[in-house]
Design a protein around this ligand. Sequence first.
Ligand code: HEC
Length: 515
Amino acid sequence: MKKFILVLSILFASRAFAQTPNWSEHVAPILYKNCTNCHIEGGIAPFSLVGYEKAVAYAGGIKNATASRSMPPWPADLQYQRYAHERVLSNEEIGAIAAWVDGGTPKGDTTKAPAKPVLKKGGSITNPTRNLKMPDYSVKTTTDEYRCFVLPTGFTKDQFLTAIEVIPGNLRVVHHALIFHDTTAKPSQLDAADPKPGYLSFGGTGSSSSDLIGIWVPGSEPYFFPTGFGIKLPKNGNIVLQIHYPGGVNNVVDSTRVILKTTTIPQRPVAIQPALNHNAPNLQNGPLYIPANQVKSFNNKYDLPVDVSVFTVGPHMHLIGSSIKAFGVTTNKDTIRFVDIPKWDFHWQRSYTFRNVLKVPGGTSLRGQASYNNTSSNPFNPSNPPQAVSLGEGTNDEMFLVYFWYTLYQPGDENIVIDNAGLKNVSKTSVLKTETTRIYPNPSSDFAWVSDVRFAEGPLQWSITDMTGKMIQHGSDVLQSGKHCKINVSELTTGAYQISIQQGNTNYSGRLLKQ
Ligand code: HEC
């Protein structure tokens, strides 16, 4: 039966593209809907896909990245659970892009092309209640910096937060941000004690009274709570915006904004909490410690005391995390699926909102499973050779958290629809591809180290091609015992490149971003 369906779908696919798809009518609408919120001049992606000429220059890369489902980035397994507002392509859209590239990228009738998208500078939330801007901060740091900025809400009455959005001031340096609300004087005191704008604080805000109200990671959209729900923001509070700036930044100015939409009309109160976490007694086989050159898995567990309604889940781990999964086992032994990330990528962590509010009955055992790969076969391993990693806040430490956006259950909640748009056909799982060849620093401005555990000592050839497959530079090197190849990339213009290394009969390749 499966085979039959497969044959049918192949027949259907080839019939659908009996005529080569063209840019104007078929491909531009797909890219403008799914790619150009990031791939736009000034956006978070390293190159723009707006306009025929720009897109054609990356045609080969677009075909590969969409066929492998590494773009648009969406690490959650859609065979496991489906979500609201999924940012994925359907099998048919991927097929249309491939047929367009294979058919010679025809332009078609340009009068039929959709209007070019423009970079969204402001927020997407209409009529926000507050648009809070942190002071200009000049980031200058050699190591990871977590800095908290205190932004008074100025609310003289209690409010309920119904939507939140973060507009990063400088995409080059804002790695991710946590947004808290706090009604105590503690954050302002910490701010006053630090001579620079804001104050340094690893982990939380330094105040035990701060409530998490939002998370921003690259590519985040604004978060809208379902109608009738919101996070309570008592009057006279502060927003504490904690931004993670990466190391190696020299005097780059950031001024990130937090946009809030609130109402004084009471809403059913929502909280965001890491119900599954890395602390005892939640973590079953702790402590979270991964010796060098080991792969280790951990489980955590939390027995839910009461019925809750869950809107969203957000898994979180750092660089050597390799997979994370969360589900619930009810007292009748039914499984409630939350999220499964088979290949964790720190850079594409995000939250996942369900299509319907999800009822999780009291007595359900929430379960998390996480694996960490602290060997050099993990291309994201920050240490080479690998170093022991333990629980902590720094990027090179590890974490195991699954945040839940939830409220106490009321009958009928499971019928609340968050997204009823038709689901795309995605028979193939979206799994970010992970290359075993590691290139760092990445992005790079002057030189790049290439490493791969499979490298042997001895001679090798390297080449750099652009996204169209055009050869830009090549050379040779002799690997010594360190097994790293150093390539000068200072002459490259800003953009994305493929670095390929040939040693004997084996090819290694990886992507380099030139800054
Ligand atoms: C959420 C933001 C975002 C969206 C949406 C997005 N991209 Fe990307 N894309 C990036 C970033 C950032 C990179 C740089 C590499 C990286 O960080 O993985 C990238 C890299 C690429 C590359 C370089 C090769 C590779 O595989 O990394 C291609 C090609 C690409 N994107 C095509 C697309 C296409 C086509 C779409 C839409 C179907 C798309 N992207 C949607 C952010 C995005």
